[in-house]
Design a protein around this ligand. Structure first.
Ligand SMILES: C[S@@+](CC[C@H](N)C(=O)[O-])C[C@H]1O[C@@H](n2cnc3c(N)ncnc32)[C@H](O)[C@@H]1O
Length: 379
């Protein structure tokens, strides 16, 4: 089967590397990475992948410029191999640069073709399905008149690990936080400090990664409720995940000036099973110092989106630059939507990568110290 893994713009190469690490050779195309796999791979990818958004199975791909072509090609798919007469069908449509740009109408055609096929194959007398049971999110993505029809095995996005239950302003997506960690020099033997930790996403994801806790270990996925799914696939993947967990000493600091943030971060860390591996502190980042070497500062500080905040954010970034300057051989990584943010640091960034965070175009700025010595190679 062809499996497709959508990922946030700018994270394709990181997700490809994560796939490689799991033993898959992926090809990136238009924000989705394609790999070949079985239902066992579907289970593994859902459980282990840290930064992919979901795992889709592609059931058909074809060219269509008319609604008739779309209908015929979707009707030709063996939907009865996946759905039952009671499946709940939700259509997730996207179109760009295509003749069938009216995606609402295209979605209606896709649903009509699926329902018709199921009525025929199950010899149903009613012209409608009751749609009272397991969910199938059917994707119909049209780009340059090429249609890709998929079913979504994940259901809820893979950023939903299950540990983040309390609301907080502007939290980072778990999948993005995990990708940022992968883009740094971080090694579990060295310090990682998020001095603007908010609800704790970066420190929690860093701890989970270091302890090899699979992100999907404690959640459900839509495919496990599908009638034709072999339940041993998910059981085996979760078993593999349990066996992979390691215990090691970590040096991770989560601090924030807001006491409410720290209490939320602590709760989330507890729910993720990593609370005892993270030190929590209510503190202004200006008070931070360390006599260690080769640590990592990794944060997404406030962006100053409101005009009234812009000046104080520039001062904050300037002060953060000063804190960083006082640290020996540390690297600092900042995700921010503030344009040209490194102008305020007192040092230009060594690298800047464009990323999207919650529909805001951001820069991921890297200020590099020396890499840790060779015996601490990145894991
Ligand atoms: C964009 S939020 C971080 C969100 C976080 N990554 C998450 O996933 O929830 C920025 C955080 O910076 C904190 N902050 C602002 N000024 C600070 C300062 N001077 N020192 C420490 N934290 C500060 C805010 O309280 C807020 O929690």
């Amino acid at each position: 089967m062809k499996l497709l893994i959508p990922c946030a713009s700018g994270l394709e190469s990181t997700v490809k590397r994560q796939l490689n690490h799991l033993g898959y050779d992926g090809k990136a195309n238009n924000g989705r990475i394609a790999v070949e796999g079985t239902m066992q791979d579907v289970a593994r990818l859902n459980v282990f992948l840290r930064s992919g958004e979901r795992v889709l199975i592609e059931l058909a791909s074809f060219k269509a410029t008319t609604f008739d072509e779309l209908y015929e090609n979707v009707h030709a798919v063996a939907w009865e191999d996946w759905l039952t007469p009671h499946s709940k069908i939700l259509i997730d449509g996207k179109a760009s640069s295509s003749t069938l740009g009216a995606i609402k109408a295209a979605g209606g055609v896709v649903k009509k073709a699926i329902v018709k096929r199921l009525i025929e194959r199950f010899h149903l007398s009613s012209p409608r399905l009751d749609e009272s049971r397991e969910r199938f999110i059917v994707g119909c993505s049209i780009r340059n008149d090429e249609v890709s029809v998929t079913i979504d095995t994940s259901g809820d996005g893979l950023h939903k690990r299950g540990y983040r239950t309390l609301p907080y302003t502007a939290p980072l997506k778990e999948t993005t936080a995990a990708a940022l960690i992968d883009m740094t020099y971080y090694h579990p033997d060295k310090a990682l400090c998020d001095l603007f930790c908010g609800s704790g996403t970066i420190p929690i994801e860093a701890a989970m990664r270091s302890l090899k806790i699979a992100p999907g270990m404690n959640r459900t996925f839509d495919f496990q409720f599908w009638k034709h799914t072999d339940q041993t696939c998910l059981a085996l993947a979760k078993e593999e995940a349990k066996d992979a967990v390691v215990n090691r000493k970590l040096d991770i600091l989560a601090s924030d000036v807001d006491p409410k943030a720290i209490s939320i971060a602590q709760r989330h860390a507890k729910q993720a099973g990593v609370e005892r591996h993270i030190r929590f502190r209510v503190a202004d980042m200006r008070a931070f110092s360390s006599d260690q070497s080769y640590g990592i500062l990794l944060s997404n500080p406030p962006y100053g989106e409101r005009l009234s905040d812009a000046e104080s954010v520039k001062i904050l970034y300037h002060d953060f630059g000063k804190v960083y300057k006082s640290l020996d051989e540390w690297s600092a990584y900042i995700l921010t939507g503030l344009p040209e943010a490194d102008r305020f640091f007192g040092k230009r960034a060594d690298k800047m990568k464009k990323l999207w965070n919650a529909n805001i175009e951001c820069g991921f700025y890297s200020f590099l110290g020396s890499p840790p010595p060779k015996d601490n190679k990145k894991e």
